[in-house]
Design a protein around this ligand. Structure first.
Ligand SMILES: [Zn+2]
Length: 445
């Protein structure tokens, strides 16, 4: 009998807070013995967690770690730190990290405040991050000590200076003015307030955003990851999950308090990771130029008395990953690389054209207290629709200026415009897209 089969619910002996799993349910096969494969509600006493409750105390902390008393008391499936959770396991496995290490958070508190708002206190507005994730060591320190469980922050808030060659050029060309506040000097250095967020999913809310049942979501997450999280099946009483995916970073230009002030104008870019362009300057897409345009416009909005926000999501290559992306590049370049075939090449390899799923993206906007977006620096209809569906109006949409579109990326941008991306310019017909051709490679193997 499979130890993790649904309905398998052995009698488990509980001693203190630690759970002992009976022989039949502990794997004895090589290579690992005496391993607890999963937990069951009857054997557990999870620390109460009530998503959307009307106070942080009533909501309760997100507790994922199995260490110390966590095996019986955790109230969240998965592990902290998104995809980096595996490195934590390596550090423990290689005996470089004591799994029972107790973090000392002295002086690590937020460098500025995000004003709380009503979206922090209901179970609909925010389902993909912990609204109190930056405050956990302070709100729940006593719970952590009394219950002897690890309660980790999933949000951190700090400040930085940003140096980008494009901003230096913007100052040199007179588009950005040095004010010593947002733009610090002639090098175009920008003062920025930033927030790192790791995902925390409230499973019923995530399922609702996708229009599926919670059971369907749990089944897909369990099966499609080859059974990586048996508790998705055995712990229907646990409603939160830390997915092993990338998080996001919020970059705020100007006074962070202005972001949620409806009397101040807000410029916003929501950007999905494209390492090849964002960091390494590949000219096959518009990602870095649009990101830099977004940062420049965000800084200008802050200088004009409003605020600018750029949110960077770790969703490499439309969340298909860089390997898939490069395979698609090769297929495009060997196939003539026209705008007409742009999405088709991705669909051939990945089965879909995009896996970014913007349904969960607006949560961070709600968390920030954003109630309207004056200038949206994005052409994506998917991002636009997701934000508007969550009740945040977008007043103006601003496409990437034509002169910023790199040489080899007309294929991408024209194909996207044809598929529904916003433009103030020309929407090409399917026939015209056949004539939009990318750079040809002459050195194929
Ligand atoms: Zn790109």
């Amino acid at each position: 009998m499979s130890p993790i089969a649904v309905g398998a619910n052995p009698k488990v002996e509980t001693c203190c807070a630690h759970t002992k799993v009976p022989e039949a349910h502990v794997t004895k096969s090589s290579p690992v013995e005496n391993l607890v494969l999963t937990t069951y509600p009857e054997d557990s006493s999870p620390i109460p967690l009530s998503w959307g409750a009307t106070s942080p105390e009533a909501r309760g902390p997100v507790v994922a770690s199995r260490y110390r008393n966590g095996l019986a008391k955790h109230n969240t499936i998965g592990a902290h730190a998104g995809s980096y959770c595996v490195y934590h396991a390596l550090a423990v496995g290689s005996k470089q990290l004591d799994p029972n290490h107790v973090a000392d958070y002295t002086n690590s508190q937020p460098a500025f405040s995000i004003p709380e708002n009503k979206s922090w206190y209901n179970d609909k507005d925010i389902v993909a991050m912990d609204a109190f994730g930056h405050l956990t060591p302070y709100l729940f320190d006593e719970v952590s000590k009394a219950e002897d469980v690890e309660i980790r922050p999933t949000i951190a808030i700090t400040k930085a200076t940003m140096q980008l060659i494009e901003m230096k050029e913007a100052v040199a060309e007179g588009r950005l003015k040095v004010d010593g506040n947002v733009v610090l000097n002639e090098n175009g250095d920008l003062s920025v307030s930033k927030v790192a967020v790791e995902p925390v999913w409230y499973l019923p809310g995530v399922a609702e955003r996708f229009g599926i049942t919670e059971d369907e979501l749990r089944k897909a997450l369990f099966e499609d990851t080859n059974g990586m999280y048996p508790e998705l099946v055995t712990r229907p009483d646990i409603k939160t999950f830390l997915p092993p995916i990338g998080g996001l970073t919020v970059y705020i230009f100007g006074d962070p308090k202005f972001v949620s002030d409806p009397s101040k104008k807000l410029a916003l870019r929501v950007h999905d990771e494209c390492n090849g362009s964002d960091v390494f300057g590949s000219d096959i897409c518009t990602c870095r130029p649009y990101l830099m345009f977004g940062i420049e416009e965000a800084a200008k909005e802050a200088q004009n008395g409003g605020s600018g926000v750029v949110i960077y999501f770790r969703k490499e290559g439309r969340a298909l990953g860089e390997v898939t992306k490069y395979l698609v590049y090769n297929a495009r370049k060997r196939g003539g690389d026209t705008a007409a075939e742009y999405f088709h090449r991705t669909e051939c390899i990945a089965g879909v054209r995009d896996m970014r799923f913007q349904q969960l993206m607006p949560d961070v906007l709600k968390w920030l207290g954003i109630t309207k977006i004056d200038r949206m620096l994005s052409m994506s209809n998917m991002k636009h629709d997701a934000i508007v569906e969550q009740g945040i109006p977008i007043i103006e949409r601003i496409p990437i200026p034509d002169e910023l579109v790199p040489p080899d990326s007309r294929v991408e941008i024209d194909a996207k415009i044809n598929s529904g991306y916003f433009t103030t310019g020309k929407v090409m017909s399917a026939e015209e897209l056949k004539n939009v051709q990318g750079r040809q490679w002459d050195n194929f193997e």
